[in-house]
Design a protein around this ligand. Sequence first.
Ligand code: TXA
Ligand code: MG
Length: 351
Amino acid sequence: MDTKVLMMNELNMDLNQLEEAAQIIRSGGLVAFPTETVYGLGANALDGKAIKRIYVAKGRPQDNPLIVHVASQDISDYVTEVTPEAIDLMNRFWPGPLTLLFKKSDLIPHDTTAGLPTVGLRMPDHPIALALIKQSGVPIAAPSANLSGKPSPTEATRCIEDLSGKVDCIIGGNASDVGLESTIVDCSTYPPCVLRPGGISLEELRMVIPNIIVDPHILSKQEDPNIIPKAPGMKYRHYAPKAPVMIVKLSELNLTVDRINERLQELMNEGKTVGILATDETKSLYQDGIIYSLGSRNNLKEIAKHLFEGLRKLDDQQVDVILSEGFQEEDIGLAIMNRLKKAAGYHMISE
Ligand code: TXA
Ligand code: MG
């Protein structure tokens, strides 16, 4: 299949290009597009046949439901009940990196929700995404636009790398601002429950819903076979580069650096090429290896923005192993560590 690449300027969108992409969505095709979290791979959420094509293009397991993207808070066609808590969350965080789960209406096909009775809805905070949804005239189901299992794409070039030849169209824009996927909150049960940490932090959510609860699997240190995550997608080894990842998170930063340097030496003695996910504060302290700084430790948002691209950049350099510093699990740090732990298969040295 020929994949049409449309490069778009979000401040000055070409309306002909936008209509071309919208026409593809309306006729059952697949369009990758930028959002503020990560790039998404979109299809008409109301068209079961189009949805099936997303699963094929990504190599996505059939039991993993899709998030439906909307362009306003007028969601009454797609859900059967909107709780007061959901209204408060929409008012505070939409448009933005927050997905809410509702009981679905019959208009949403089972293919979109992988047979579940709930549907995840999100209004993205991105001019191209919003314009595409409006122009298409239908809600757009979109998982992250990576091949299943790989880190989510935060740059257009990564969508092209993963999906060229597999989808009808890729809209290229700037790098995604947030860099990690949306937070998912189940509003179909009471009290609402966080199923995936993401761009909106737990601290921010608690300001609106003080009694919000958290799916136990998010807080577990190890992969626990007895705790099955409620979001089906959270059970897969995810966000993973080709190279195995090990996280080091000791009580002091200098101990972490020393420990990474030690492991680096051992691996290099075995003839391995080692990638290091470092930070601006530590990048000059490593004795060798291919170093990628995620940004300053004083700015976790910057770390989040660069994490997936960092994993992909080290893969480009064909490293055999990736050693990563760990981060505090506060604010967006909870989502950063969630993605890192999944990339590492929970392989972590800590106290
Ligand atoms: O930021 C994002 O959310 C991005 C952009 C493109 O919007 N999308 C994204 O989609 O991350 P995806 O498919 O990569 O992740 C969706 C997650 C999966 O873990 C899936 O299992 C969960 O959402 N999910 C979707 N609908 C659900 C439902 N009804 N019940 C439980 N989990 C659901
Ligand atoms: Mg994904």
